[in-house]
Every structure is written in structure tokens, then in C-alpha cells.
Design a protein around this ligand. Structure first.
Ligand code: HEM
Length: 574
């Protein structure tokens, strides 16, 4: 498809793949709900006309019309919120948690911190056959997927019968642009196909020298700090992972490890740092259109967030245009590639070379890769450090394993995927952390057509909640010690077992599954094991504050509160 054709397609399908809903969330004005609104308008005109023709009232016609309009909207809202869910919803016989009788339904459970505790209690305590009925805001239709079979139908078998929840996309778009995470349907299939080769096993293998270089730089910079106590580790994790994604995805070394004052680092910090004001902004943006939130008087945050969005988009567009110009400047790509090994393989260059995306579309992919590709792994790295600080015995065992098998970063030798595969405890610790602290603890899908699920048909607009954190910690899949940090569950006969002892893949939802699963999961795991190996090989880590201060915070992605304040001390001998 040509760029123009693709863009046109994108526009058209953005409408047709929109998040239509019929019964759901009456008060949220989306295109398909216009149908109901048009009926209401027509009915109001007809009723007003009848009254006027039959001369039943002397009030002016427009007043009668307005009166009927308001009345019909109120009746329709009342029907949707109070009558339909109890009497007509196809989900009415599915078991579900008590409550949900107010206009907020059960939606509060999605916003609690840490996300998933209530969902986990429901999943474990209410007998069900793979789905639980919950009520969304305005008591709209929703279910929680609770069994591997149902998760498979939603994430794999019928993946394209759903879109992501439109409220979440509205917020994600602010940070990620219209990249792979946000697009739907055929546009998604097209973009994913273009991006997949850059995330294959071979491509990741080639990135190990980069991962190790940046891991080495991280520990060197931490070693040279004048005071190695009370380090805000989250910030260091962000800088290391931003540098890695910069080179791997954009062929650009931001060198944020060397320069904390870099504008791009500051902008991402501002956008992604979880604080109470931002959580309120998130909640309001979830419930109301962005334009409305932007108009809240005496509150500068929406304007600041908008400014950051514009700046990040401009930055991404500049990179896209610069790369396209550079690659079409007449210099042979092959000779250029020979000179710049990594740039040849970076995601952006691959996309530019394919020549199927416009500059705006390229900029959207850049925004997506940069944000999705650094914040997520960064958060997991900080959780690994916190968990190992709380478990010094496991930390010491890991240090022994690393030192026995990997060259010291001082030696300047690089490492390979084969070196890392030999370290069962390292892999086990990374997987156990990803299980216990999934960076994205919750996601949801909206049905775009009537879709069978667990013996019922979910109507258009019905939501499926994907309780990532809750499933990852469910005793049903992980046994009585599901909530414990026990890396050894991932080791059998001294080898990494790849499943943590769980019977199904769907017991671990950290990257989700199917065609909309995380495209960067191989990348993230490889990067993580390099960073953890260098860090724990070199330092002894301990919490700088009381244990209770390290809890998950954040709205869409979560990280340790308190910026994961840690103390580092060099352990000599490696
Ligand atoms: C520990 C690290 C990571 C975690 C926990 C994570 C988690 C996830 C999850 C849960 C999704 C699905 C979201 C949904 O459907 O609601 C996702 C999608 C995605 N992730 Fe990741 N991610 C990580 C790292 C990365 C990295 C390193 C990259 C890029 C280099 C990346 C790029 C993406 C993209 C592009 C998608 C959208 C895929 C699609 O819809 O086809 N992620 N990620």
C-alpha cells in the first residue's frame, strides 16, 4: 500500500474501527451512539409535532420540542443505567461481585492501588466458569476474563473482534501518538507486520553488545557518584533504558546516562512521573473528553501535559524527517550501513527503508517505541533491585552465579545470549519480578461486534477486563505462595524451566498474548538480564528506607513509590 493510500486507509478505518457501543456508557458520546441520539431527536420532533397538530398545548412548539428532547434523553439514560443491566443484558445470569449498584458500577476496582487486589479477591472467591460479570461506569456491560481458555479466546482466537478501551487509548495517544499500541484492525496488522522483523530472535541477539555496553556504563556512573546512599534508582533505570531504546529503535544515542539535564529526559520524567495531581488528570481524562479537561479553570496541569505532548511529537517528527532525508541523500545504504552497524538494524531505519509510512506515521511509531520501550523495562529493573534488597540471600546467590559465569565489565569483553542462557537464577529472578510486578497491571478490550465469550454473547461495546496483576498472583495458578517472591519456582534440576511451575501460559499475563501482545518482550527480557547482571555483579543493594515505602504507584504503568531509594556498595573482586 502506498503512503498516501495507507494514510487514507488509516483515516477511514479509524472511524470504522472506532469503539462503537450501543447499550454501553450512554453518556459518552461516540460516533455509533449517534444512532441512538438521532432516534431520540426524531422521536422528539415527532412527539412535538403531534402535540402541536392536535393542539393539545398552547406552549410554543420549540419549547415542547426541547421538553421532549430532554425527557427522551433522560428516559433513555434511565433505561440504560437501571433497566437494561437488570432485565435485558445478556450477562445478567453470569456470577459477579456484589455492589455495582451506583452509577460508577464496579469501575472503582480498576483505579485502586495497587491495581488488581480487589480483582484478585473476586477471581479467587466467586465460583465462575471463566468470566465474572462486572458493571462498568454507568453500569455498562463488562466481564472479567478469569480462566486460560477465556483469556485465549479474547487475546488470540477473537483478538480482532475487540479494540482497546477507547478511554485508555485517549490517554495513551497523548504520550504514544497513533503508533502500534493505539491503532486497530487492519492498520494494526499492517504496522505489526512491518515492525516484527526488528524484534525477532536474530535482531535481539545482535543487540547484546549494546545492552552490555549500556549496563557497564550504568554501573560505572553509579560507582563514581560521590555518595552512593539514597540513590533515586528509578531515575537511573529510566536513563539507562532510554539510551538503549534510543540506539536500538532510532539509531540515536541520547547519552542520558551522561547527562541528566537532557531536555528529552526531563520531558519524559514530567510526563511519566506518577504524582497525585497527575493521577487526578488521568482519572478526569479517562472519564471526560480531553478538550473538556483542558478547560478546567485555575489548573495548569492539563496545559502542561498538552505542551509536553506537542514537544514530544515535534521531537519525534524531527527525527523522522532527518532520517528520511539522510537515507535518501544518495549515499548507498549498504556502504552507510557498513559504517554504522547498529543504525542499519534500528527500527526506524528499517521502517524508512520500507518507505510505506508517512513522516507523521513514522513520528507516531517513534513516540511509541520511545515511551513503551523504556518506561516499562525501567520499572521492572527498579522492582528487581527492590526485591533483591529485601532478599539479601537471593541477591548473594545471584552475585555468585554472575561472577562465576560472566566476564567483569572492567575487562571490556562483550557477552552473548548464550552466556546469559547459562544463568538459571538470573533468568528466574527476572521472570519472578515480571510476574509479581507487571508494569502494566491491567488492560481491557471492547467488543466491536457481538462476540461469544464463556457461553454468552458480549454485545457491541461490552468490555472484557484483563486482570494482569490479579492473574499473575492468583493462588489458582501459582499455588499458596503466589504472592511470595520465590525465584526458585522457575528452576528445575538446576535449569531455568520457562513456566514457573504454572500449567498454562495464560497464568502469566505480563506481556499479554496473541497478535496484540507486547512486541518488545524479547527485547525487554534480554535488556533486563544484562542490566541486572551488571548491577548485582558489581554492587550490594539495600533499601534506603523502611520496607513499607516501596509500593506500586502509577495509573497505566506502575513503578515503586519513593523513586526506589536504594543504597549501593561496591563488592570488590569482579
Ligand atoms: C518489562 C517490559 C515491558 C512490559 C511489561 C510490557 C508490557 C506490554 C503490554 C502488557 C502490552 C499490551 C498492552 C495492551 O494490549 O493493553 C504491550 C504492548 C506493546 N509493547 Fe510492551 N512491554 C514491555 C517492554 C516493551 C519494549 C521494550 C518495547 C519496545 C521496544 C515495547 C513495545 C510495545 C508495543 C509496540 C506494544 C503494542 C503491541 C501491539 O499492539 O501490537 N514493550 N507491552
Amino acid at each position: 500500500m502506498s503512503s498516501v493510500g495507507h494514510t487514507f486507509y488509516h483515516l477511514v478505518s479509524a472511524g470504522s474501527h472506532g469503539d462503537e457501543s450501543s447499550h454501553t456508557n450512554f453518556f459518552c458520546f461516540q460516533p455509533a451512539k449517534m444512532t441512538a441520539s438521532v432516534y431520540i431527536l426524531l422521536a422528539s420532533v415527532a412527539e412535538a409535532y403531534a402535540i402541536t397538530v392536535w393542539q393539545l398545548s398552547e406552549v410554543p412548539t420549540w419549547t415542547i420540542y426541547l421538553g421532549f428532547l430532554v425527557l427522551n434523553f433522560v428516559l433513555y439514560g434511565f433505561y440504560n443505567v437501571f433497566i437494561y443491566p437488570e432485565l435485558f443484558s445478556p450477562l445478567k445470569n453470569i456470577p459477579g461481585p456484589p455492589g455495582g449498584r451506583t452509577i460508577g458500577g464496579h469501575a472503582k476496582a480498576k483505579f485502586e492501588a495497587p491495581k488488581g487486589v480487589t480483582l484478585r479477591n473476586w477471581i479467587e472467591s466467586i465460583p465462575n466458569d471463566g468470566i465474572l460479570r462486572v458493571k462498568e461506569i454507568f453500569r455498562a456491560d463488562a466481564v472479567i476474563a478469569t480462566s486460560p481458555e477465556i483469556l485465549k479466546t479474547v487475546l488470540v482466537d477473537n483478538a480482532y473482534d475487540y479494540t482497546k478501551a477507547h478511554q485508555i487509548k485517549r490517554i495513551l495517544r497523548q504520550i504514544l501518538g497513533d503508533g502500534l499500541i493505539v491503532v486497530e484492525g487492519d492498520v494494526h496488522k499492517f504496522q505489526r507486520k512491518k515492525l516484527l522483523p526488528s524484534f525477532g530472535v536474530g535482531a535481539i541477539k545482535d543487540l547484546y553488545p549494546l545492552f552490555w555496553d549500556k549496563s557497564t556504563e550504568l554501573i560505572q556512573r553509579l560507582s563514581s557518584l560521590p555518595d552512593s546512599r539514597n540513590i533515586a534508582f528509578c531515575e537511573w533505570c529510566n536513563r539507562a533504558t532510554l539510551d538503549i531504546i534510543g540506539v536500538a529503535a532510532l539509531g540515536k544515542d541520547f547519552d542520558s546516562l551522561g547527562n541528566a539535564e537532557l531536555p528529552i529526559v526531563k520531558k519524559y520524567n514530567e510526563v511519566l512521573h506518577p504524582d497525585p495531581a497527575k493521577q487526578i488528570w488521568f482519572l478526569l481524562s479517562f472519564l471526560f473528553p480531553q478538550k473538556l479537561v483542558a478547560k478546567i479553570p485555575f489548573w495548569p496541569l492539563p496545559a502542561i501535559m498538552n505542551r509536553l505532548r506537542i514537544d514530544l511529537s515535534a521531537f519525534a517528527k524531527e527525527i523522522a524527517i532527518e532520517r528520511r532525508t539522510e537515507m535518501s541523500s544518495g549515499v548507498s545504504l549498504e556502504s552507510r550501513a557498513e559504517k554504522m552497524q547498529l543504525r542499519r538494524a534500528d527500527v526506524l531505519s528499517t521502517l524508512v527503508r520500507a518507505n510505506e509510512l508517512t513522516d507523521v506515521e513514522l513520528a507516531d511509531q517513534i513516540l511509541t517505541m520511545m515511551a513503551a520501550g523504556h518506561e516499562t523495562t525501567s520499572s521492572t529493573l527498579s522492582w528487581v533491585a527492590v526485591l533483591l534488597s529485601k532478599n539479601p540471600d537471593i541477591q548473594a546467590r545471584l552475585r555468585d552465579e554472575i561472577r562465576a559465569n560472566l566476564p567483569s565489565p572492567n575487562d571490556g569483553e562483550s557477552i552473548s545470549t548464550g552466556d546469559m542462557d547459562k544463568l538459571p537464577l538470573l533468568n528466574a529472578i527476572c521472570h519472578e519480578t515480571l510476574r509479581l510486578y507487571p508494569t502494566v497491571p491491567f488492560s481491557a478490550r471492547t467488543a466491536i461486534k457481538p462476540t461469544p465469550i464463556g457461553g454468552v454473547v458480549l454485545p457491541v461495546g461490552g468490555q472484557v477486563w484483563l486482570p494482569i496483576y490479579a492473574i499473575n498472583r492468583s493462588t489458582r495458578f501459582w499455588g499458596a505462595d503466589a504472592e511470595d517472591f520465590r525465584p526458585d519456582r522457575w528452576i528445575t534440576n538446576d535449569s531455568f524451566n520457562n513456566n514457573g511451575g504454572a500449567k498454562s501460559n495464560y497464568s502469566q499475563l505480563t506481556f499479554l498474548h496473541g497478535p496484540r501482545s507486547c512486541i518488545g518482550q524479547g527485547f525487554a527480557k534480554a535488556e533486563l538480564r544484562c542490566l541486572v547482571a551488571a548491577l548485582v555483579g558489581r554492587f550490594h543493594l539495600e533499601l534506603a528506607e523502611a520496607d513499607a515505602k516501596y509500593f506500586p504507584v502509577g495509573m497505566i504503568t506502575v513503578k515503586p513509590a519513593n523513586d526506589a531509594l536504594l543504597n549501593f556498595s561496591v563488592v570488590e573482586g569482579w
